[in-house]
Design a protein around this ligand. Sequence first.
Ligand code: NI
Length: 180
Amino acid sequence: MYILGQPVLRKETEEISADYEGLDELIANMFETMQKAEGVGLAAPQVGLPIRLFVVDLDVLSEDLPEYKGFLHAYINPQIIETSEETETMEEGCLSVPGIHESVRRPISVHATYMDENRALHDEWIEGYAARVFQHEYDHLEGKLFIDHISALRKQLIKKKLLAMTKGQYNCGYKTKVNR
Ligand code: NI
């Protein structure tokens, strides 16, 4: 896992082709990395790859949210076409920013296109918790992190923690790429 301070998290990402070498294996590895870290989403830049790909596992939430039973998907070359005007605030965290949780305001639904793990193309409105995670992961592909959305005041309050993080001072229960 790449952690705040590493340039790949802020890089522009590139679209990939459906026959990108080793794509199925990469998707499987990303699911494994995400599940070991107990995350619900993981974007390619978080494993050091500046490409437009992320994976989402909402199945882990299905005890509370039964509609997400079996929800394990990869999103290849996703694009956001439009978003709802209505927004909501929800607490977010990120495997690349361990130990930080902040409220983030986002649209409640997004109209998106993407290719899934079976290379099927989708053009749909994504809603609910799936829309929240989709937007968080999509941000990663734009070199953005959830902490970019918080207020200047909140940012000021966690500034020291973030700075320490970029110097390798953080705690988390999964393997990370050490900042040097
Ligand atoms: Ni994240």
